[in-house]
Write a new protein. Structure first.
Length: 222
């Protein structure tokens, strides 16, 4: 079965280099037959080997576009779909993310009772209630909640969380308080997420604003 890997590029927060690097990391670390698709409002500088699809709801901003993956139909996509944020570094094979049992899988071990949507997998069309209920109260929900993962948490009560340690946070897991030396990759990690600050390019060659250098970014983020 052909699976999908999807990312989102909206606005100018991340340039095309982040998409290109993510694509290269996926190609090196996923042996399952797959498509790589970037949902974007500007595909002009992305290379032809990356499939692009336009954002269907231009009234939305930023991470709220992730919720469109929960529509009954998403462009020409079908079947198992792994969403990846641009601010990640893949450090081990991605195959287990498609082998993991569960109808909907997401990060669930960073904050108790709260999902993080940096990495999630669903079958297209399997949870239309997430999108449809969002659209009914869109303005109020955006005003009340911080982002898409808050709404996913509120509407999917029984998600399967990735095995502990598969997806780690640079800030939470790679730079423990009191530790010495550069940031380290936890032994079981497959993906390191750089949510918020710092970004990958800021600490690959040295520390930045008090954040420790992560020299291994140069090995994997390319």
């Amino acid at each position: 079965m052909l699976v999908n890997v999807v990312c989102l590029k909206w606005g100018t927060k991340y340039d095309c280099d982040y998409v290109n690097r993510l694509y290269s990391m996926v190609e090196r670390n996923l042996t399952v037959p797959h498509r790589f698709i970037c949902l974007t409002d500007d595909a002009s500088e992305l290379p032809s080997e990356i499939e692009t699809r336009p954002l269907e709801h231009p009234e939305l901003e930023g991470w709220w576009h992730k919720l469109t993956l929960f529509k009954r139909r998403v462009h020409d996509l079908e079947g198992p779909t792994l969403f990846l944020d641009l601010d990640i570094v893949i450090v081990d094979t991605l195959d287990p993310f498609f082998q993991q049992e569960g109808e909907f899988c997401i990060i669930g071990d960073w904050t108790p009772n709260w999902y993080n949507s940096a990495v999630f997998r669903l079958d297209i069309g399997s949870h239309p209630e997430v999108w449809e209920s969002f659209k009914r109260g869109q303005d109020e929900i955006i005003e009340r909640l911080l982002g898409d993962q808050d709404w996913i948490t509120a509407t999917i009560s029984k998600a399967t969380v990735w095995p502990e340690g598969w997806v780690v946070s640079y800030k939470k897991h790679c730079v423990p308080l009191g530790g010495e030396g550069p940031a380290k990759i936890p032994s079981n990690a497959r993906i390191v997420a750089f949510h918020g600050l710092p970004r990958q390019h800021e600490i690959k060659d040295g520390p930045s604003d008090g954040w420790k250098q992560a020299p291994w970014i140069n090995e994997y983020w390319k």
